[in-house]
Design a protein around this ligand. Structure first.
Ligand code: MRU
Length: 376
C-alpha cells in the first residue's frame, strides 16, 4: 500500500544487506514513520512482544523472517537444535495469533527437510521467509476480490449511495504484509469507484483503530470516521451500518472467531440489528486443531499500564499520560472470541464460506482428511 504516495510493505529484507530485516515500527504511527532494523532473534522477539509489529499476518511474517535470522546465527554443529530453541523463543512472545506458531513450524519443516550444508539451510530459511510474506500479501489481495462482491451487492441495493462498513481494531495492511484482511475488500471497492464509508472503532486500550486504521485508510483516500468503542450498537440501531468486517487472530475450524477485545460485543449488536457480520482471514489464521474457541483459545493478558495510560502527541512530542487513579488495578484482556453462530461468513483467499465446520472444511477439504479427522 502507499505511504505518502510511495509503495511499502510492512516487512522486507534490506536491499543492500539481506542479513538485515526491516519493519515499520508501528508504535510511532500515526505521528512518525519509523523504519527499524532487525538483526538478532532478540530484536525480532522484542518487535513482536512490544508490538513494533502486530496483527496476525504480520506477526507470522515477522516470525518467518525471525527464523531466517535465527538460521544466519545458528552454530553449524547444532544448527537444528539452535533453530528449534529460537523458534520456541519466538512462539512465546504472543499467544493468541496462531500465525506465529504456524510460521515457525513451517520454517522448521522446510529447513529440517534440507539434506545439504548449512549454507543451503540458510538459503532455504531465507526463501521460506520470503514465501510466507509473499503468500500473505497474495492471500490478502484475493480476500479483497472475494469481499468486493459483498460490498458491490449492498452498493447496488443502495443505488450507489455509500456503503457504511464498521471495522474493529486494525486488520489493515499494517496487520499483514500488504492489503490487509478486513480492509482488502474496502480498498478493492474504493479502487473500483464504489462509494464506501468506514466507521473505525478506536479500539482501546492500544487504539489500533484510532492510530493505525484511520491512518492507513487516510493514506489511501478512503472516507472514514473514527468512533469511540461503544458507539457501534447505537449506529446499528439507526441503520447507519450496512456491514461489519473484522479480521481475526485465530479462527477455529468450526468457525469461532478470536479477535481484538470488543469484537464479540460488535457481533452481538450486529446480530440484534440484522447487520451482516463478516470476518476476513487468510488460511494461516485457522487453527485446524481447535474445536471450541471459547473454551480452548489462549487469550493474551497484557500489562495494565496499557489501560491506565494513553499515548499521544503533546506540543509536537509523543507523551504518555495517566488516565486513571494511580492505584486502581486494571485488567487488560487483549482478545475475545465471537461464537460462530454470530458470524455471517468468513472471507478467505479461497472464497466466502459459512462460519461452521462444514463451511470451513468445504473450502479446505485437504484439512478434513489429514489434520482434523486424524487428530481427533
Ligand atoms: O494486538 P494486535 O494489534 O496484534 O491485534 C490485532 C487484532 O486483533 C486485529 O483485530 C486483527 O483483526 C487481527 S490481525 C489481522
Amino acid at each position: 500500500m502507499h505511504v505518502y504516495g510511495e509503495h511499502y510493505r510492512t516487512i522486507w529484507m534490506k536491499e543492500d544487506n539481506p542479513n538485515v530485516v526491516q519493519i515499520i515500527d508501528q508504535r510511532h504511527l500515526p505521528h512518525k514513520f519509523v523504519v527499524e532494523n532487525l538483526v538478532t532473534v532478540d530484536d525480532v522477539s522484542a518487535a513482536i512482544k512490544d508490538m513494533h509489529v502486530r496483527g496476525a499476518g504480520l506477526i507470522g511474517a515477522t516470525a518467518g523472517f525471525g527464523m531466517y535470522i535465527a538460521a544466519l546465527n545458528a552454530p553449524a554443529d547444532s544448527f537444528m537444535e539452535s533453530l528449534a530453541a529460537d523458534g520456541e523463543k519466538l512462539k512465546a512472545t504472543r499467544p493468541t495469533a496462531v500465525n506465529l506458531a504456524w510460521a515457525v513450524e513451517r520454517q522448521l519443516d522446510a529447513v529440517g527437510a534440507v539434506t545439504g550444508d548449512v549454507h543451503t539451510k540458510i538459503q532455504t530459511a531465507r526463501e521460506t521467509a520470503q514465501a510466507i510474506a509473499d503468500e500473505d500479501a497474495d492471500f490478502c489481495r484475493r480476500i479483497g476480490e472475494h469481499g468486493l462482491a459483498i460490498i458491490k451487492k449492498i452498493s447496488q441495493r443502495k443505488n450507489g449511495a455509500p456503503v457504511n462498513i464498521l471495522t474493529h481494531c486494525n486488520a489493515g495492511w499494517l496487520a499483514f504484509v500488504d492489503y490487509g484482511s478486513a480492509t482488502a475488500p474496502m480498498y478493492a471497492a474504493h479502487d473500483k469507484g464504489i462509494k464506501i464509508h468506514v466507521w473505525v472503532d478506536e479500539t482501546r486500550p492500544r487504539n489500533q483503530g484510532a492510530r493505525l486504521t484511520a491512518w492507513e485508510l487516510g493514506q489511501h483516500g478512503v472516507p472514514h470516521t473514527l468512533i469511540a468503542d461503544n458507539v457501534g450498537g447505537h449506529l446499528m440501531q439507526h441503520g447507519l451500518v450496512d456491514l461489519v468486517i473484522t479480521g481475526s487472530d485465530r479462527t477455529t475450524y468450526t468457525g469461532d472467531v478470536g479477535n481484538k477485545i470488543g469484537t464479540y460485543l460488535k457481533a452481538l449488536a450486529a446480530y440484534d440489528n440484522g447487520v451482516p457480520f463478516y470476518t476476513a482471514l487468510p488460511s494461516s489464521t485457522f487453527d485446524w486443531m481447535m474445536r471450541d474457541g471459547i473454551k480452548e483459545m489462549p487469550i493474551e493478558q497484557r500489562d495494565s499500564t496499557e489501560v491506565k495510560y494513553i499515548r499521544g502527541k503533546v506540543n509536537g512530542e509523543i507523551k504518555q499520560v495517566l488516565l486513571t487513579p494511580k492505584d486502581s488495578p486494571a485488567a487488560n484482556y487483549a482478545f475475545d472470541v465471537t461464537p460462530s453462530r454470530l458470524v455471517t461468513g468468513l472471507i478467505t483467499e479461497r472464497g466466502i464460506c459459512e462460519a461452521s465446520e462444514e463451511g470451513v472444511l468445504g473450502l479446505y477439504p485437504e484439512k478434513r482428511k489429514k489434520d482434523v479427522n486424524n487428530d481427533q
